[in-house]
Design a binder for this molecule. Sequence first.
Ligand code: G
Ligand code: G
Ligand code: MN
Ligand code: NA
Length: 254
Amino acid sequence: MELETELRRAIPAGELVVYYQPKLDVAANRFVGAEALVRWQHPRHGLLPPGRFIPIAEDSALIVDVGEYVLRQACLQARLWHEAGHEGMSVAVNVAARQLRDERIVGTVRDVLRETSLAPSCLELEITESSIMHDLEHATALLHALKGLGVSISIDDFGTGYSSLSALRNFPADKLKIDRSFVHEIETVSSAAAVALAVISFARTLGMRVNAEGVETLGQAQCLRKHGCDEIQGFLLARPVPADEVQAVFRQPG
Ligand code: G
Ligand code: G
Ligand code: MN
Ligand code: NA
């Protein structure tokens, strides 16, 4: 059967599983939230990473259903963390380019927040730089509407999307996420380090926070800390884990 047909069936069948990767606040040295990353528990192929099916979903309207499913699960989880004493933990949800083209996303986010009673300030939406640049004017208007709900906006994979910095000057984002390709080479390739440091300084100037993803070594973490990066995530701190394991990670010191 085609993967797309199977995926359509997999959503109501409950085969999508949301994992969470904790994010560490560098200054406070404690976890402040987690990014929701979907996987597919496929009946025959086992646990599939998002790279195997998200691109297929993005080619059709299916990504809207996948996105809404992940959003609802993630908001429910964040509520559970709060009830378990991890107050203020935020959850970050990836939003695909195609979801951004559809105005209904604003109503969906509002409804899910109401349904789950999650404080809007604890929901972070991650939008890739390239999907914003695809239609900057439309994305800007839509993100203003989303921000009006009280959620926060992060620009994902930052540094890979060729945005003009001036275009982003008036963009309603709260955080930039340095793409992991730059983090990977931050100690070894001077041009990668230059991009990472430029992103940190650009964010600082605009009053945005900065996250670095894909942090795998202590050296990378120390370099990022030294240059004022606010938040890090990556295998060094924690891999993406199933929902029932996140709280144990939150309790660990960074
Ligand atoms: O886990 P992995 O490295 O395979 O993730 C691949 C990509 O899948 C990442 O870029 C991540 O942003 C994306 N991804 C994971 N979960 C979701 C999701 O719920 N929605 C969307 N649109 N992308 C996701
Ligand atoms: O594009 P996005 O940032 O949403 O993708 C996150 C993806 O990166 C997830 O699939 C996650 O599994 C993966 N990831 C998380 N931490 C690390 C890391 O330290 N190194 C690498 N190579 N991948 C990571
Ligand atoms: Mn992301
Ligand atoms: Na990313």
